[in-house]
Design a protein. Structure first.
Length: 100
């Protein structure tokens, strides 16, 4: 439901606030990762690294509607080295239970 008196450039007042919150969260997350990674001696830009990590996919086999197994797609050697350098490799050893 939109209120004509609350429209700002095509967005309602509430949806623009939610966009602001999303942008702030993304900015904060990126800055926090950057701080942690610089402390580990890593100097690449965080957004570029996150784009590279998006190549990793979670694959679930669900025969007859029951989850059988979950695993990650094959992780390329360069991304695997990146995960090891950032101490993130243990997170990708097996999928989290909530993702199954």
């Amino acid at each position: 439901m939109t209120y004509p008196s609350r429209k700002t450039r095509g967005l309602t007042k509430w949806s623009s606030r939610n966009c602001d919150r999303g942008f702030f969260s993304a900015f904060w997350f990126t800055a926090r990762l950057g701080t942690e990674w610089v402390a580990k001696g890593f100097t690449e830009e965080v957004p570029k690294v996150l784009r590279r990590l998006r190549a990793i996919r979670l694959i679930r086999l669900v025969p007859n509607g029951r989850p059988l197994i979950g695993f990650f797609s094959e992780i390329p050697a360069d991304i695997n080295a990146l995960l090891q350098k950032l101490d993130l490799l243990p997170l990708f050893a097996r999928p989290p239970k909530w993702a199954m």
